[in-house]
Write a protein of this length. Structure first.
Length: 270
């Protein structure tokens, strides 16, 4: 599929994990794991686990739980697997969040960090999590807030538009394009969830390795394939321009605010 926003394959997983992980995902992963740890789940499902950044935080925060970590893309899970020793009780499984290969009521809790935006049928994904949770089980997930609340993303999106005013690579619209709270709540309620709580989570981030961050922003997600498909600028030249834009906007080291939206919901008990 051209411009597949869910195509985290090839060299993307390594660049994602190394260059985006510490800046964009590690802090939020610890926060999410802490929220789930309070429930003391024995059987925990993670969807869109990617390279295992959240999985590692969940394992560390909830030592006794059996964790099933799933993702659509096997190359992301290959990077994740390498973060665990044998005996750490993680089952890795390739699975589409819209068609979970688990029996009804299999899990006490479910987690998903920055994955829902990529699910083609989000309502179906909520129904699937609801189905595989036991009554009383909780689903905790996060999405990114808008470009206007994540200036680093707006900066890259602006550069993309400058280089590709027509046939613009659409990737950067996807992860930052699913942040309206009421439609999310409506979808969760339609799937059967209750006790929905929403928190907006800003983080003021200092980025020392701006070259690395720019590498992650260009080579660590499907934008790289969308640039290559169009041609006209070498990916490395585009990355260098992204680095310069980040330095101009945010200084060196770069200081920028990230903002996520964290959603907690429950399957009614009994
Ligand atoms: C931005 S990454 C988030 C990874 C991880 N949760 C983290 O916080 O680092 C998005 C992930 O969603 C996965 N993904 C996209 N569509 C999916 C689907 N339909 N089902 C399961 N995973 C999917 C991608 O393969 C990718 O690993």
């Amino acid at each position: 599929m051209r411009d597949n926003p869910a195509g985290f394959t090839g060299g993307i997983p390594e660049n994602y994990d190394r260059h985006l992980g510490p800046v964009l995902f590690a802090d939020y992963a610890r926060d999410l794991a802490g929220r789930i740890a309070g429930d003391r789940p024995a059987r925990l499902l993670e969807t869109a686990s990617g390279t295992g950044i959240v999985t590692r935080a969940l394992r560390d925060a909830i030592p006794g739980a059996h964790i099933t970590a799933t993702d659509l893309n096997p190359p992301m899970l290959d990077v994740a697997r390498a973060k665990f020793r044998t005996g750490e009780q993680i089952d890795f499984k390739v699975a589409d969040a819209g068609a979970l290969p688990f029996a009804d009521g299999s899990f006490d809790a479910a987690a998903c960090q920055f994955g829902v935006m990529f699910f083609t049928d989000k309502d179906r994904s909520y129904r699937e999590v609801h189905r595989v949770l036991r009554p009383g089980g909780r689903y905790v997930f996060s999405v990114w807030d808008a470009h206007s609340r994540n200036a680093f993303a707006a900066s890259v999106a602006g550069l993309i538009k400058e280089h590709f005013p027509t046939d613009t690579p659409p990737f950067y619209e996807i992860p930052f394009g699913y942040h309206r709270i009421d439609p999310i709540k409506d979808s969760l309620e339609a799937a059967g969830f209750t006790a929905i709580r929403v928190n907006v989570l800003p983080i003021d981030k200092v980025v020392e390795d701006i070259a690395g961050f720019s590498r992650g922003l260009v080579f660590g997600n499907p934008l790289i394939d969308q640039i290559k498909a169009r041609g006209g600028i070498a990916p490395e030249a585009f990355r260098a321009e992204a680095e310069a834009a980040l330095r101009r906007s945010f200084g060196s080291p770069a200081r920028t605010r990230l903002q996520a939206i964290l959603v907690e919901a429950q399957k009614p008990a009994g």
